[in-house]
Design a protein around this ligand. Sequence first.
Ligand SMILES: [Zn+2]
Ligand SMILES: [Zn+2]
Length: 206
Amino acid sequence: MSQDATPDCCKVGRTITSYDLFDFNAELQRRRTTGSSLRGLAEFTNTRVVERALEEASVDLIGDPADIYETLTADEIRPSQRKGLESKLRQQDVDVEQLRSDFVSHQTIKTHLNECLEIDTSRASTVDFERERGTIEWSQARCEKVITQSIDRLQQANELQTGSLHITQTVRVTCADCNRTYKLNDLLEEQTCDCYDRARLGNNTD
Ligand SMILES: [Zn+2]
Ligand SMILES: [Zn+2]
């Protein structure tokens, strides 16, 4: 296993060092080999960071590290819920700003794997993933525009009486096999559902 990365190779290396994440490069490599996506690895890393920060602050358990990480970062979390958690953490002497700035992105993980651990994360594919993603984004933007125009007409005709409205639509997809529902954007990032968590994509690591 490549464990040759220096402690300060990049942000991931510094995180491993400062949070004292034991044997973490080997763990990243193992997870990558068994099919974890880059996004999955970033979440795994950040959850470990949260866990360690809670341990260091000797916090009486105020929640599952994965839940805490999600509440701090996920788009769909209500601001009031996030603020509530943040002030709870601060009361327990957790430096929330520091914690947040230590989180790594999936792009940072990719660079760490590619450049520090020399693990190839490219994927051979016959379709152009980015082009398909572009088509999906285009059609979503188009759809939001059409909905917005209709809503505007309804407002002008006084058929809708509201403050100014901002339309966002979230496309959800459900796998009929594992029965899990994903936001389309998440699925495109993750590229696997629960059925394929530990297999298929991204096996060309070495
Ligand atoms: Zn690195
Ligand atoms: Zn599935």
